[in-house]
Design a protein around this ligand. Structure first.
Ligand code: F6R
Length: 610
């Protein structure tokens, strides 16, 4: 969580730091700050609660000009989002920015207080600044002091430090929170994500777990977790598709919703044969490994977890493989019994989600057959640390609420299901050829669903003055309902809950009245008649129904029942299609409520703390 930028150059680095922070706002945006060793030879800082634009405006009035600096955009963990808790934190000559959580901060705080250090914030980060300042008494060199400091830290950190008495360098440490060095000509940079530095360089060096780095204008030195001097490979990053531009759309989220036909097409490219999925899309050793798989364990968070829940229906029904799905924050702390020959699958847009990464690291000790990451970021920790990878091709997702990442994950998971079934010979005859054909048509179907945009916009008016909603689905549409309810609560702040429709009568029906809209997705499948009965139960209690139904489902508008017809689709692919109107619904409700659609309150795009 949070974003870090650092720079050491011959030119004024403040505009570079601020531009970097703007590009990192997806990681947190409740306060921001910058510390610069100014051309006047002083360590100065400016911090502001709120978004980076607030800091930028403040800098217009109080400019900081210098050739060495660090900056931070925060997502609060310890201490409210206010100026005194914003990073950088100072102690003596030292300024520190930090991503992650220091678990032993309370003990360190007491220790440092007894040594006379005065704390001015409620953060865990401030202990690092004082500890480092203290270590400088025994170690003249800043890098040596940082090495001594991190030995006393428990928890996760990505750290960037500057020091007024050694103003030739930024020093950095990585443990559990990613950091990348950007290599320039006669200038070097540091950030928690290379996106922050694409404006100044396309050459990067990724720090590994436990690395300490000393970054100067014309040199970079790195030590590994054992203190050995190491070289990290410099990688040239080419990414044409990264334009952070809303185009004609009002918000990134709406743009990303509308990109889905194109990114689903891209995710399928090169992965479909004539009548089969190309198993080597998962890597050259995939076919051999998949032949041994007897169980699948999926672990993910949030929206990615919902994708995993859909996959369970597919894996069991189509490929006949037992599948378990769990949220990573639970899995990582549970004593898990691993079934023999289990494939461990993680799903993640960012590939940096702390809980998912930790679950993968635990899984390596638990005797899984192999690990597979379905991920959208090729250079992420999750991809680097997994045996097999399937990259979704969603492109950069900027809206905090995940949309196109989800549908491309579903496509990746269906490819996985068919690949496992193909290799193990467990698919029913003809199923793979049919679904390959349906997948080819999917982008067109998604385009048809997106054409319902203005219809859904009108339906959104039914929600603008509501405080609670229910989402219902049956079978593989239950996780779709969960995803719909997550989207609505994230960006419109309306309380939304999802239930399997058959569960309604076991409790939640008590909530239903005409003030609580009930949203349902109803493809034309064998559960349709059961679902219709559940909907009657809602209507009988005066509940308002909003039903996205297959055009052949025979559902009609009536009093208190709003039916929106969906294009017909093969039932297996219906979770992907039915996600679209629910995304649009949340978007238009949020617009009507006037919330910050792309950066909803209290959230961050990449959750790198647990
Ligand atoms: C919701 C959302 C989050 C993420 C979750 C996992 O719209 O975006 O629930 O899905 O934080 O993130 P990744 O997929 O990056 O691991």
């Amino acid at each position: 969580m949070c974003g870090i930028v650092g720079a050491v150059a011959e030119r004024n680095i403040t505009p570079i730091l601020i531009e970097g922070l703007k590009r990192l706002e997806y990681r947190g945006y409740d306060s921001a700050g910058v510390a610069v060793f100014t051309n006047a030879g002083k360590l100065e800082r400016l911090r502001r609660p709120g978004k980076v634009s607030e800091l930028d405006q403040a800098l217009a009035g109080e400019p900081l000009v210098g050739r060495l600096g660090i900056a931070h955009t925060r997502w609060a963990t310890h201490g409210a989002p206010c100026e005194r808790n914003a990073h950088p934190h100072f102690s003596g000559d030292v300024a520190v920015v930090h991503n992650g959580i220091i678990e032993n901060h309370e003990a360190l705080r007491e220790q440092l207080k007894s040594l006379g250090y005065v704390f001015t914030s409620d953060t865990d980060t401030e202990v690092i600044a004082h500890l480092l300042n203290h270590k400088l008494k025994d170690h003249n060199d800043l890098t040596a002091a940082l090495k001594a400091t991190v030995k006393e830290l428990h928890g996760a950190y990505g750290l960037a430090v500057i020091c007024a008495s050694q103003p030739d360098r930024v020093v950095a440490a990585r443990s559990g929170s990613p950091l990348v060095i950007g290599l320039g000509l006669g200038e070097n940079f540091l950030a928690s994500d290379q996106l922050a530095l694409r404006q100044v360089t396309d050459r990067f060096m990724y720090l590994e777990e436990g690395d300490i780095a000393d970054i100067r204008r014309d040199s970079v030195a790195i030590w590994d977790v054992n203190g050995n001097s190491v070289e990290r490979e410099a990688v040239q990053y080419r990414d044409g598709a990264e334009a952070a531009d809303k185009g004609a759309f009002r918000h990134f989220m709406l743009k990303e919703i509308h990109e889905q036909p194109a990114v689903v097409q891209r995710t399928l490219e090169g992965r479909l044969g004539d009548k089969q999925v190309l198993v080597n899309a998962f890597g050259p050793q995939a076919a051999e490994l998949f032949a041994k798989v007897r169980n699948v364990q999926i672990v993910a968070c949030g929206t990615s977890y919902h994708a995993g829940m859909v996959a369970r229906y597919w894996l069991e029904e189509l490929a006949g493989i037992p599948c378990q799905v769990e949220v990573a924050s639970e899995f990582r702390y549970r004593k898990v019994v691993v079934q023999p020959d289990s494939l461990f699958v993680t799903i993640s847009q960012s590939g940096e989600t702390a809980d998912t990464l930790a679950a993968l690291r635990n899984a390596k000790e638990l005797g899984f057959l192999a690990s597979l990451a379905i991920c959208n970021v090729s250079i992420s920790s999750l991809v680097r640390e997994s045996d097999l990878t399937l990259l979704t091709q969603a492109g950069r997702e900027i809206g905090v609420a995940s949309t196109k990442a989800f549908t491309t994950q579903l496509v990746g998971l269906l490819l996985l299901t068919l690949s496992l079934g193909q290799v193990r010979g467990t698919l029913a005859p003809g199923v793979e050829a049919t679904l390959v054909e349906e997948l080819r048509r999917l982008p067109t179907r998604l385009g048809e669903a997106l054409a319902m945009d203005s219809t859904v916009e009108k339906v959104a008016e039914l929600f603008a003055d509501k405080n609670h909603t229910l989402f219902l689905g049956r079978g593989a549409q239950y996780p779709v309902a969960m995803e719909g309810s997550l989207k609505l609560k994230e960006i419109s702040y309306i309380h939304a809950e999802a239930y399997p429709a058959g569960e309604l009568k076991h409790g939640p029906l008590a909530l239903v009245d005409d003030d609580m809209p009930v949203v349902t997705v109803a493809p034309n499948n064998e559960l349709l008649e059961k679902l219709k009965s559940n909907l009657q139960e809602v209507r009988a209690r005066g509940g308002q129904l909003i039903v996205f139904a297959d055009e052949k489902a025979g559902m009609v508008n009536g009093e208190g029942t709003h039916v929106i017809n969906m294009p017909h689709i093969h039932d297996t692919l219906s979770p992907i299609l039915y996600t679209i109107p629910l995304q649009l619904l949340s978007y238009y409700v949020a617009v009507l409520k006037g919330t910050d659609v792309d950066q909803p309150r209290n959230l961050a795009k990449s959750v790198t703390v647990e």
